[in-house]
Design a protein around this ligand. Structure first.
Ligand code: CP
Length: 320
């Protein structure tokens, strides 16, 4: 059985998924189309559902995760792979072992791919230069979270269609957000108009140089938006507070039904999770029909199946 079809061999040449910045718009659309066909075929007997049979995928999660880790596990199993998850606290990293030694040992144990979440920006790139197997970035510090952006963009396209000239606002803690960076790269590559919004301490003007509009006024950010992606405050990466209090943040930047009612009638609400209800989003909005938050989570399975299939069966993967 061929693990890979002709189009995949022609268009997808990447062995690892390290960032969205490093992908072309053609590659992004190829992953999304692959995810769509996987979602629509719902596990029937197509050969792709066995494409990773006999492969061993190790999830190395050095930071907490619910959605990403579980979705990667389900995705791997859905393609016939064996999957093992290791968390930071339960690994020998706590005994002084380096990430490099951990990865080399995981490879020696027969890993065919490593899915890595780590607090250090660039750690997936670092590992990709050390081990032979594909490295999938599941979030590296405030740098990138490519699989999250791909599932966000998948959901946006499912709801809005072609994203060219669509107005997408990302509101919240942009400075410390890997989700914001990956989405910014991906959305701009697909022709969307991106606004980054939040307190001036968390949304530096420098982002304008990348092609985004920056505003610190939520009413400007939300007025014409087709979709708004809310981000939580990432306290785990902040050394000091960047605004007076959570209550004041919620008062100025939180999305409640009054703010929602001033937005376009069909505008949709996204959030990568975890939610901090009552801070960046009120429960009445999070649980409303306008929010597509749980659809994002569910789409994460098909998107991660596409990522694992394309990277692990790539001609450049020594284990294909
Ligand atoms: N969105 C996201 O990365 O969630 P987890 O931290 O639960 O994986």
């Amino acid at each position: 059985m061929e693990a890979r079809n002709f189009l995949e061999s022609m268009i997808w040449q990447q062995k690892s998924l390290l960032s969205i910045e490093g992908l072309s718009s053609e590659e992004i659309l190829f992953i999304l189309d692959k995810a769509k066909s996987l979602k629509e075929s719902k596990g029937n007997e197509e050969p792709i559902f066995h494409s990773l049979r006999g492969k061993r995928i190790i999830n190395l999660f050095m930071e907490p995760s619910t959605r990403t880790r579980v979705a990667f596990e389900i995705a791997a199993k859905s393609l016939g792979a064996d999957t093992i998850s290791i968390s930071g606290e339960a690994s020998s990293l706590t005994k002084g072992e380096t990430l490099k030694d951990t990865a080399m040992n995981v490879q020696a144990l027969g890993a065919d791919a490593i899915v890595l979440r780590h607090s250090s920006p660039g750690s997936p790139l670092f590992l990709s230069r050390i081990v032979d197997v594909p490295i999938i970035n599941a979030g590296d510090g405030a740098h990138e979270h490519p699989s999250q952006a791909l599932l966000d963009i998948y959901t946006l396209r499912e709801k809005l269609g072609d994203l060219r000239d669509r107005k997408i606002t990302i509101l919240g803690d942009i400075l410390f957000s890997r989700v914001a960076r990956s989405n910014l790269w991906g959305l701009l590559k697909l022709g969307a108009k991106v606004t980054l919004a939040g307190p001036s301490t968390l949304v530096p003007r420098e982002f304008e140089k990348l092609g985004a509009r920056v505003t610190h006024d939520p009413s400007v950010a939300l007025k014409d938006a087709d979709a708004v992606m809310l981000l939580r405050i990432q306290h785990e990466r902040q050394q000091a507070s960047h605004f007076p209090s959570l209550a004041e943040y919620a008062n100025v930047f939180g999305l409640d039904s009054k703010v929602l009612s001033a937005m376009k009638r069909n505008a949709i609400i996204l959030h990568p999770g975890p939610l901090n209800r009552g801070v960046e989003i009120e429960s009445e909005v999070a649980d409303s029909g306008r929010a597509v938050i749980l659809q994002q989570v569910a789409n994460g399975i098909a998107v991660r199946m596409a990522i694992l299939h394309l990277c692990i069966t790539s001609e450049k993967s020594s284990h294909s």
